[in-house]
Design a protein around this ligand. Structure first.
Ligand code: AMP
Length: 419
């Protein structure tokens, strides 16, 4: 019996893990550059964290969570997103009592029971940033602009920033009513999920993906024209600071995002060349969430980006092989005496910080050379009886093909310098 990974999940095989490690290291370097600390939360949480934190009327909570009762009769959910857990941890560990703001980032797997297709999976990975404790627009702009630096460093260039403001509890109710008025005449024609959203969360009508619904619904009056003075001021400051950084964006009044906790700024990045699932990340301000999860009222803003989609976008434009790792040196041995010597030498140079591998399969010279080439060794060190007697190795530079005899002692330091 042969098994396959569950539907909607995938292995990251050795062919791809080099590329993934590269993506992760760019993220970590950028986060360090911007003063963010990593938060690692459990893969599962109490279900209530998401019900309260993500919102009961969201697609995630209504139909996408992996929820189960554990053996101790607790309701547990595999995390579908990273913000509610990060905020739960912020409250639990009293991070508010540290110097503010709290700037957190995370990288890790998320779980949603969605219909799998290219770019959409049931287990996928996100990196995200959260700035907790800042009401001002500089934080919004930092979390919008920083992932763009990461995309750029990864060679993902065809990115569009969509921007909107969905107001606050002061100005949103008026807009909600306006939307209901505008869409009341077409309500009977809309899909069942829009009909239920009409009552419960009419803003969500705007991001219905059904083309049929779209056909019935005239373009909405742009929400950012109905903001209260404070929200309008915040939005115009966000736009001014984006302009100052030279970040281009398009205003998208339909961008309300699927999560209930957002207020004011919402944004999403789309990328060309990866098919219909082209949202590569998104986020917004969530000033109500810390309090919702038991903390003091605390403003906050964050972003989450899909790493599979980053990798897809990179593969659309780059050579994944470039990131396949390779050892500094592969030791090729001729004969039994040499086989034993390379075994020792490999361990020796490793202890001096040079990555090394050697033949364990008892293969002949040609096969060992072919293998070294396939696994991307930078140098090959060939050792037979003559070399052992002379205390040397025949060192071949795999990129130039050039070969010379060098002393065994000092091999490690030479290879380190040659890197
Ligand atoms: P969200 O907060 O739901 O907008 O998710 C943020 C980002 O995560 C999206 O823009 C996608 O890039 C990625 N993402 C969300 N759901 C999935 C999924 N099921 N499979 C792969 N990537 C996803």
């Amino acid at each position: 019996m042969e098994y396959s990974a569950p539907r909607g999940t995938q292995d990251i095989t050795p062919d791809e893990s080099g590329l993934w490690q590269h993506v992760e290291s760019v993220i970590r370097q950028t986060m360090a550059l911007c003063g963010y600390s990593e938060i690692r939360t459990p893969i599962f949480e109490h279900t209530e964290v998401f019900e309260r934190g993500v919102g009961a009327t969201t697609d995630i909570v209504e139909k996408e969570m992996y929820t189960f009762r554990d053996r101790g009769d607790r309701m547990i959910t595999l995390r579908p997103e990273g913000t509610a857990p990060a905020v739960r941890a912020y409250v639990e560990h009293r991070m508010a009592s540290r110097p503010q703001p709290t700037k957190l980032y995370y990288i890790g797997p998320m779980f949603r029971y969605e219909r799998p297709q290219a770019g959409r999976y049931r287990q996928f990975h996100q990196f995200g940033m959260e700035v907790i404790g800042v009401a001002g627009p500089a934080a919004d702009v930092e979390v919008i602009a920083t992932p763009l630096d990461i995309f750029r460093a990864l060679g993902i260039t065809d990115v569009t920033v969509n921007l909107n403001s969905i107001g606050c509890p002061v100005c949103r109710p008026g807009y909600r009513n306006l939307l209901k008025e505008v869409y009341a005449p077409v309500l009977p024609q809309l899909c069942p999920s829009c009909q239920s959203r009409y009552e419960r969360n009419p803003l969500r009508l705007l991001d219905c993906k059904s083309q049929e619904c779209r056909g019935y619904m005239p373009d909405p009056p742009p929400i950012f024209e109905y903001l209260c003075p404070e929200c309008a001021q915040h939005f115009s400051e966000v736009r001014r600071l984006l302009d100052k950084l030279g970040v281009e964006y398009v205003l998208n009044p339909r961008l309300v995002r699927g999560l209930d906790y957002y207020n004011r700024t919402t944004f999403e990045y789309t990328v060309g060349g990866i098919g219909s699932q082209d949202a590569i990340g998104g986020g917004g301000r969530y000033d109500g969430l810390v309090e919702e999860l038991g903390g003091q009222p605390t403003p906050a803003v964050g972003v989450a980006c899909g790493m599979e989609r980053c990798v897809l976008a990179m593969k659309a434009g780059a050579d994944a092989k470039r990131f396949a790792g390779g050892v500094d040196v592969f030791f090729v041995s001729l004969g039994e005496r040499a086989a034993e010597r390379v075994f020792e030498l490999a361990f020796q140079v490793r202890s001096q910080g040079v990555s090394a591998d050697f033949d364990m399969m008892g293969r002949g010279l040609k096969a060992q050379m072919r293998y070294a080439d396939k696994v991307n060794a930078k140098f090959v060190a060939i050792i037979g009886d003559n070399e052992i007697d002379r205390g040397t190795v025949a060192l071949k530079d795999m990129s130039t093909g050039e070969q010379r005899e060098v002393p065994m002692a000092g091999l490690a330091s030479m290879l380190r310098e040659g890197r």
